[in-house]
Design a binder for this molecule. Structure first.
Ligand code: ZN
Length: 445
């Protein structure tokens, strides 16, 4: 005997569930013993069609409730059916064709909604919008499109790269608005201490060969910096991230950073430790937290000092002296370090090396008040460098915006993506996405 199967959607009265009202067959086929990894359940294309047909049957039962209304909701007049309208609902893996009766009131001419857009003010599921925004923030729009195509098994217009870009932008802009509203109603348990790292990253522009600078900040409680078992890598268990590339005198990054700090529990009793790379822009962002905190310790990030020294090619005969500079800086003896640097410049006068050292000395002089005894801080287990944790510039900017040839950005195009990436790296995206999606413009182009 050959055994067939049938999958049916059945509706019933919930008060007498044994009797069926309506049955719609979704799928039928033959039951065979599975023999390999292709036929064990259902081929993937078949699964997608099965999902599509199941959802179609369910959706048509749902929309029937609207067109089966007997009385006009406005005037209680008689409703009359006038033909059928077809529209499309885009779900995560499928496009659902939705057929609805056009229904009009004979009395007041009021028309019931008969298309997807008339019902939900758009045509896509919230989850698809969330995934488009996430994939668009994590990959190039082209890559995101191809990921969607892979999972859907077919090319779908809704997932074309421009469409993904629009959704990611809209969601990114909404995040910004919601964060500002949120600032008023934050009530987090207060933090005794907070650490903030601020850093800038450069991205190529579309306009010319120059680059634009995006600023990022990450805020966390020191106790949330977790060391891995073998001490090789650290991660931050809970953190808030902000980013902005707006040309607005740092206004947006400051607002976003304050919201993040409040989320992490900043109060008038909090001690804030700020680590920066030394640029004026970064310090300005850090300083915005000073009036909101008890005290603030600004530290020139040891990571950046080390990196800058590493990038200078030192002639053999001056290696010891140059190492000496590092020794002084590590112990917070910045005056002695500057003395050494002056000697080195004199000895190497006229060389490219002297020029590089001079530039480095300027960097140290500009940040002299923020050079601390790093060795002592390290021994006491206090923060002194940003590279114990992940780099926000790396994760928020470089991973998405660099390493792709020809990838160029405008401030307007990049900013929403940065907002989205900052949100994805902050730990509350999963609680927040419904609000964000509900407030974003998702209408089809
Ligand atoms: Zn009416």
């Amino acid at each position: 005997m050959k055994t067939g199967y049938r999958i049916i959607l059945q509706t019933f009265d919930m008060n007498s569930p044994k009797e069926a009202i309506n049955s719609t067959e979704i799928k039928q086929g033959e039951i065979k013993a599975p023999i390999n990894c292709f036929d064990f359940s259902m081929e993937y294309e078949e699964q997608i069609l099965f999902l599509r047909d199941s959802l179609n049957a369910l959706i048509s039962e749902k929309v029937k409730i609207i067109s089966d209304l007997q009385q006009c909701p406005k005037c209680s007049g008689k409703l009359i059916k006038k033909g059928i309208k077809t529209s499309v609902f885009h779900d995560v893996l499928t496009d659902q064709e939705v057929k609805m009766h056009r229904v009009r009131c004979n009395n007041c001419k009021h028309e019931l909604p008969s298309t997807v857009t008339a019902i939900i003010d758009g045509s896509m599921s919230a989850r698809l919008a969330k995934m488009q925004a996430e994939l668009g923030a994590q990959h190039t729009f082209r890559e995101a499109e191809s990921i969607f195509n892979n999972f859907s098994t077919v090319k779908r217009k809704i997932n074309n790269r421009n469409r993904i870009k629009d959704i990611a932008n809209s969601v990114g802009e909404t995040i910004q608005k919601i964060d500002i509203d949120e600032k008023q109603m934050l009530s987090e348990p207060e933090a005794k201490e907070l650490v903030i790292n601020i850093d800038g990253g450069h991205v190529k522009t579309i306009e010319d060969q120059r680059s634009i600078e995006a600023l990022t900040s990450i805020i966390y409680r020191p106790e949330n910096l977790q060391k891995d078992a073998d001490g090789t890598r650290n991660y931050i268990e809970r953190k808030s991230c902000a980013a902005s590339v707006k040309d607005d005198d740092q206004e947006e990054i400051i607002t976003n950073t304050i919201v993040c700090a409040l989320k992490e529990g900043l109060t008038k009793d909090t001690i804030v430790t700020a680590l920066c790379d030394g640029s004026t822009n970064c310090w300005k962002v850090a300083e915005s937290l000073r009036p909101l905190s008890k005290t603030m310790i600004c530290i020139l990030d040891w990571f950046h000092i080390g990196k800058k020294m590493q990038n200078i090619a030192v002639p053999q005969e001056l290696k010891d002296k140059f190492e000496n500079v590092k020794w002084y800086l590590w112990r917070g003896k910045s005056q002695e370090a500057i003395g050494r640097l002056t000697e080195i410049i004199k000895e190497a006068v006229g060389t490219p090396f002297a020029k590089a050292v001079k530039k480095f000395m300027g960097y140290i002089q500009n940040n002299i008040d923020r050079i601390v005894n790093y060795e002592e801080r390290k021994n006491k287990g206090l923060v002194f460098t940003s590279n114990l944790a992940e780099s926000t510039v790396e994760s928020l900017i470089n991973r998405r915006c660099k390493g792709h040839q020809h990838m160029r950005w405008s401030r307007e195009g990049l900013n929403p993506i940065l907002q989205l990436r900052a949100k994805l790296h902050t730990d509350d995206w999963n609680n927040k996405w419904r609000t964000v999606i509900a407030n974003s413009k998702l209408k089809a182009i």
